[in-house]
Design a protein around this ligand. Structure first.
Ligand code: UT7
Length: 322
């Protein structure tokens, strides 16, 4: 059994914040942000707009793309680090809003790697026959975790959501099959201090702010992501050169370029949307994917590699045939 992608959608909040806007509020510049990260602007939620609102819009777009209704879904998995409330999960909020009255819904928390983790869980539910049609969502309002006095982190992140609908379909077990071919997940909990939030329900009782050792994370990102891509390709028995599109976590253009260089991937095969929304954490892979599907770059039958790395540290890759 394979997990076929049958729908894809995304959503960005309407409020645009450019680098020039940030330069009016803190000691930074458009030049610094663009040359160090590739980011030009990001979207920030409006007053009262919540992660579940972003997730719902992206889910609706994916359902529409799949041509099905909410009640055709039997499992919702949402990757998020910024839930509306500590509980219940954003996934159950999505479930209610898409009009799904059966099945199950839960969140997965792996920060920027969340979408890859959620896809892995969904794929396993489908392969074992426990679900047939799964809505996988990545949604984050990272602006809520920013210390707006810290220029080293607050210029990097933005808000958004993306979603895929997966459907069980039969394959013959080879890498010529459509759908998810494999998912490789990794983490190293010893690296907590590189990227974390300094608050939470059982510590400060507050939401807290994101803290990051940028340079150290940068170094790990290129090394770990390259290793995850190689592991995924090797397990599927394909050469990295056979992969048509690389859809990376959109954290920093320099990380995308560095990974592509390390693996000799032509830059033209790398989908990059970081300039337009910054690092949207769990939303970034499906946002980039939805862009490349909508503009016709990714076509049925092509091999697509998704990858991400984030707090934990966590990282991983998914190889799928569109
Ligand atoms: O989703 C996964 C998690 N995150 C990431 O993947 C991010 C990984 N890290 C990075 O992307 C990069 O390390 C950053 C973009 C965060 C930083 O780039 P960098 O080239 O590593 O710069 P740096 O931290 O070495 O800072 C260089 C200088 C420093 O000044 P001094 O000490 O050289 O005088 C910083 O204080 O740039 C300064 N700086 C800034 N200047 C203007 C730091 N932030 C800013 C800023 N505007 N926003």
């Amino acid at each position: 059994m394979r997990s076929h992608v049958v729908g894809c959608g995304s959503y960005l909040p309407s409020q645009v914040v450019t680098n020039h806007d940030l330069a009016k509020r803190m000691d930074t510049s458009d030049e610094w942000i663009r040359t160090r990260t590739g980011i030009r602007e990001r979207r920030i939620v409006a007053e009262g707009e919540k992660t579940s609102d972003l997730a719902f819009e992206a889910s609706n777009a994916a359902l529409k793309d799949a041509g099905i209704s909410g009640n055709d879904i039997d499992l919702v998995i949402c990757a998020t680090t910024t839930p509306d409330e500590t509980f219940p999960s954003v996934a159950t909020m999505i479930q209610a809003r898409i009009g799904m009255t059966h099945g199950a819904a839960f969140d997965v928390q792996a920060v920027c790697s969340g979408f890859i983790y959620a896809l892995a869980v969904a794929d396993n539910f489908i392969r074992t026959g426990q679900a047939r049609t799964v809505l996988v969502v990545g949604a984050d309002a990272m602006s809520k975790l920013m210390d707006w006095n810290d220029r080293t982190t607050s210029v990097l992140f933005g808000d958004g959501a993306g979603a895929l609908v997966l459907n069980a379909g039969e394959g013959n077990g080879t890498n010529a099959d459509r759908g998810v071919l494999n998912t490789k997940l990794f983490s190293d909990g010893r690296l907590h201090d590189m990227l974390y939030v300094d608050g939470g329900p059982s510590t400060t009782g507050t939401t807290g702010h994101l803290r990051m050792l940028g340079k150290a994370v940068f170094h790990h990102a290129v090394t770990n992501i390259a290793a995850a891509i190689e592991a995924s390709a090797a397990e599927a028995g394909v050469s990295i050169y056979d992969i048509d599109w690389f859809v990376p976590h959109q954290a920093n253009q320099r990380i995308l370029d560095g990974t592509a260089r390390k693996l000799h991937i032509p830059p033209g095969k790398v989908v990059s949307t970081v300039a337009l929304h910054g690092n949207t954490s769990a939303a970034s892979v499906p946002l980039a994917l939805a862009t490349a599907v909508a503009d016709g770059r990714i076509k049925p039958g092509q091999l697509v590699l998704l990858e991400a790395m984030g707090g934990g540290l966590t990282w991983g890759a998914t190889l799928l045939r569109w």
